[in-house]
Design a protein around this ligand. Structure first.
Ligand code: ZN
Length: 169
């Protein structure tokens, strides 16, 4: 609780109501987030308060200021938490997309790259039709290649979506 309370809070509340700010209090405001929150809440409350009520503000109870300040910091903390979670979800998406893409590259290098390497003894241009006709001949080989192509396409899509989100940070 030490970082949500400050001994100058009530002095700040009084200064907002009276409009009289001492130099030391203004200097303190620059360093103290707690008191800036108190001032913001008090100013907001002043703006909301109808004219006749303002005259009686000297007697306004501090709990109202404190309650408003609590509302402010609670909302701020919730927004920060949500932002952090979203950030980690984005990172997790990008990381898993990269991992899947990497696995796919390794897998397809062993499969396709190995096939090409085997045929490098042939004329380079003859190897490709041979590879494709081999793929046509072995129907089951096509399925994992199509599957991994789809995974790669999804990974690229995930990267394309996640990158602007991360770059915006
Ligand atoms: Zn303070």
């Amino acid at each position: 609780m030490s970082d949500t309370h400050c001994s100058q809070e009530s002095a700040v509340g009084r200064a907002v109501r009276s409009g009289e700010w001492s130099e030391s209090l203004e200097a303190h405001l620059r360093d103290c987030a707690v008191c800036r929150g108190v001032r913001e809440a008090a100013l907001w409350m002043q703006a909301l308060a109808p004219e006749p009520a303002r005259e009686g503000q000297e007697g306004l109870p501090d709990p109202r200021v404190l309650w408003l300040r609590a509302q402010f910091s609670e909302r701020q903390a919730a927004a920060e938490r949500a932002h952090k979670v979203l950030h980690w979800v984005e990172i997790a998406c990008v990381t898993s997309a990269c991992a899947v893409l990497g696995i796919w590259l390794v897998w397809s290098w062993n499969d396709i790259g190995g096939g090409i390497a085997d045929r490098l003894g042939w004329a380079l241009f003859d190897a490709w039709p041979a590879l494709w006709s081999n793929l046509d001949a072995y129907g089951p080989v096509n399925a994992p290649i199509l599957f991994s192509s789809a995974v790669a396409a999804i990974s690229l899509l995930a990267l394309a979506v996640a990158y602007p989100l991360l770059a915006r940070e």
